[in-house]
Design a protein around this ligand. Sequence first.
Ligand code: HEM
Ligand SMILES: *[C@@H]1O[C@H](CO)[C@@H](O)[C@H](O)[C@H]1NC(C)=O
Length: 499
Amino acid sequence: MLLTNSTSTDVIIGISTIAIIIYLYVKHQYSYWKRLGVPQLKPTFPLGNYQFALPKGLQMGAYTDHYYRAFKKMGAPYGGVYIGLTPNLVITDADVAKTILVNDFNNFTDRNMYSSKHQPLSVNLLSQKGDEWKSSRAKFTALFTTSKLKLFIDFASQGKQDLITYLDHFADGKKDVAIHQVTSLFVADIISMILFGINANSFNSENTDFKNFGRAVFDSFTPLFQLKLLMTHCYPKLAQFLGIGNLQKEIEDFGNAYVPKAVEYRMKNNVRGTDFLQLLIDAKEAGMDLTMDEMVSQSFIFMSGGLETSSSSSMIALYELAKNEEYQTKVREEIYRIKEKYEGKTSYDSLMEHTYLQQVLSEVLRLYPLITNVYRVCVQDYTMQGRDLVIEKGTPVIFPLIGFHRDPDYFPEPLKFDPSRFDDKNNKHKGYFPFGAGPRNCVAARLGIIQSKLAIVAIIENYEISLSPKTPEALELVENTFTLSFKNDIYLKLKKIQK
Ligand code: HEM
Ligand SMILES: *[C@@H]1O[C@H](CO)[C@@H](O)[C@H](O)[C@H]1NC(C)=O
């Protein structure tokens, strides 16, 4: 039906009406927090408070740190931002954080992550929701016990000779070594051993599947992929509707090709391994309800969850130890003492005894929380006790880890790297959660720490390390990755210790 005699006038009226409706809707949406009496940052359409994401990319840690500081300056224990059009609550108070993550976990069981049956790899422990997550988490906790972890670590710790042989090519003034490369390869070796019983032999072999895999997960952020991420992040429902996922093809190929083949091979030939995959196969044979898709996607998340986090934390630890001789000497003395006690053998038990190194790593993860944010979604309307706020079902909640970990209220002189912060084992360290908190914290925190320790022990035992002049005195963050990464490569000089 025509409103006027002129079609073009009708079109203009139509478009204007739609524009006004969108305008009003956006305006209404962008006052959500104000209406609830929660302080908010000023959003702009269409990315909300995520407007800086283009063209630089997505370092979520940098944004949320910005949010954290802004609300903290206002003296607010939390504040509101908009990611796309969706209101998100940002927490800036350690007690409020703990209440939500631990005490009242049942009202915040999920993460706001892409998970779609159309893309089986996206259905994993990290992204699953509600009861489905609960059931998966229970399965994995039951499978990945301390005694299994011990077995795997004892098995995997034998492989450090490759690392030493490789590093000898650099030692004693031959060449400075780009340390991230080294820790990545080393951790890739350990993880592939633990997960699939494969000696990936990364230091020698031309077989670079595992290396490429690690790189694909974290490095190859092309502009198109960035855009996809932005879509899944800011407009998750629309992305799901359009079938836009957030995994690169290399990654899907790897999982889909490798895991089913390995499972089939072992079942058919009755071959057993001392690894995670075997745990899955045994559980399935014992009647646990575990599909092939699940096996693939859970192996995938273990692979990607473990690689970059552990290799970066050992890299940063080595950087800090290279900068500070006193810390390095202390770590080395501890290594020699424990080595003697265990007659030269590295094992789960021996690694657990490196308490000073543990402090170094705790401090690394404080100053550089590799997973920069913890996320939850409110799944049941929630009344915050003692405060005038009801968090509505569906609201995403962000806990900015860099914000907390570099907040002088929780850590005096926050930018100073100082392992003695962790001298006192009874100190609970309010505001410190590098592995998240509560029932949905990191499932493999201990494995992460042990892997990092393994790499550091192997290197510090055999080399005195110092910074190459090519390495900057302060590390600058890269803006376009999920995890914390740095602009500059870290180069070290190695001096072989003669024994
Ligand atoms: C230094 C090493 C590591 C750090 C800093 C780290 C950090 C984290 C953080 C902050 C979370 C979110 C926790 C939360 O929401 O409360 C997480 C979850 C997770 N991490 Fe780690 N992680 C590390 C190592 C690993 C390793 C080695 C694996 C696997 C082999 C792994 C697998 C996972 C998985 C599967 C989840 C999701 C758990 C769930 O939702 O139930 N992480 N990690
Ligand atoms: C958490 O959710 C439950 C419903 O499952 C509700 O009864 C309860 O009041 C909520 N907790 C708070 C503190 O609002």
